[in-house]
Design a protein around this ligand. Structure first.
Ligand SMILES: [Zn+2]
Length: 331
């Protein structure tokens, strides 16, 4: 897939560029990532640690952190270190996590996450990990050979030879520490779902918002309200479809449980309805509700075809921003 990211601009976004831009306001003098943590939280650093497929531990009440922006490093000290930021408003409220850069050839997702990492909030907390597979983004490939596909490797394995399997475990460790109620994973596809024709598979699911494991009907209502609101502000071509809701909500179009109308390629995420009818995910991020207690994962796929990269980033941001706004996180 083509990209309009210039090399110069891209370099500004890689590696330490994250800290230079998204984390400019971080207070590095306050190294503790979470209250009671003592030193900076190092996620995924220990090889040979306990495997993360264990049943999630009981969920304690999150500690209210003071207003701050703090660096969070996944796989610190390794060649794959991925830095993000925990933004605490200092006030009680929703805790929302955002993943970007899972696939290196989907710049709309990681550009959006980098912008979100600079937001200010007035209630709750936001954990943004914009460039989880930044080396693949540097090469502008989905994922480098031998890295593994992060979005097919949850819950991960700290002992794996595949770095993205270890990253998957680190994402879950970060999620368990942060305790988000919602997690957004920002991706890109190619064709817009409404224009897919007979095509199917992962290249034809642009403009879809998928709800993963753990969603209650209340959460489906919440995300439906976000999608409905955003759809009211964008072009008909850009309209988002929802995927994963057992019962469609008024005014929001849904993707059938098996989006393979004419093709033989299976969808990237195999629907597997759970007790509430909205559970699927396999080993993608849509399964993260299985591993991070209380968290409902939301996976956004943005169509790249004939859509400018900056617009794709903005559409991602609109969905996340509207969620935060409707949750009262902007005050
Ligand atoms: Zn992707």
């Amino acid at each position: 897939m083509t990209s309009k990211v210039s090399r110069r601009r891209f370099l500004a976004l890689t590696g330490t560029g994250v800290c230079a831009t998204a984390l400019a306001a971080c207070s590095f003098t306050h190294a503790a990532e979470y209250s009671g943590g003592g030193a900076a939280l190092k996620l995924g650093a220990v090889e040979g640690g306990e495997h993360t497929t264990a049943t999630p531990t009981p969920r304690p009440t999150p500690v209210l952190e003071p207003r701050s922006r703090r660096v969070v490093s996944l796989m610190p000290g390794t060649a794959w270190q991925a830095d993000g930021v925990a933004i605490h408003s200092g006030q009680p409220g929703p805790r929302i996590m955002v993943l970007g850069g899972v696939h290196g050839n989907e710049p709309g997702g990681w550009l959006a996450a980098q912008s979100i990492a600079e937001w200010e909030i007035e209630r709750g907390s936001l954990l943004v990990l914009p460039r989880l597979n930044w080396r693949s983004a540097s090469a502008f490939v989905r994922t480098l050979p031998d890295y593994g596909d992060l979005n097919r490797l949850y819950p991960g394995d700290v002992n794996s030879t595949q770095p993205m399997a270890r990253m998957a475990a680190a994402v879950i460790e970060a999620g368990r520490a942060f305790q988000p109620e919602l997690l957004f994973d920002l991706h890109e596809s190619w064709v817009f779902y409404a224009e897919r024709g007979a095509g199917s598979g992962t290249a034809f699911i642009g403009q879809t918002v998928s709800i993963g494991t753990g969603a209650t009907e209340t959460t489906v209502d919440r995300i439906s309200n976000v999608v409905r609101s955003v759809n009211g502000e964008i072009s008909a071509r850009e309209e988002f479809y929802m995927r994963g809701a057992a019962t469609p909500r008024p005014g929001v179009r849904v993707v059938p449980s098996n989006p393979s109308p004419g093709g033989s390629t299976p969808p990237s995420v195999t629907p597997a309805p759970g007790p509430n009818g909205v559970s699927f995910g396999g080993t993608s991020s849509l399964s993260l509700g299985r591993w991070i207690e209380g968290c409902v994962p939301i996976l956004i796929e943005m169509g790249q075809q004939n859509e400018d990269e900056s617009r794709r980033s903005e559409l991602h941001q609109m969905l996340v921003r509207t969620t935060l706004a409707q949750s009262g996180m902007f005050g």
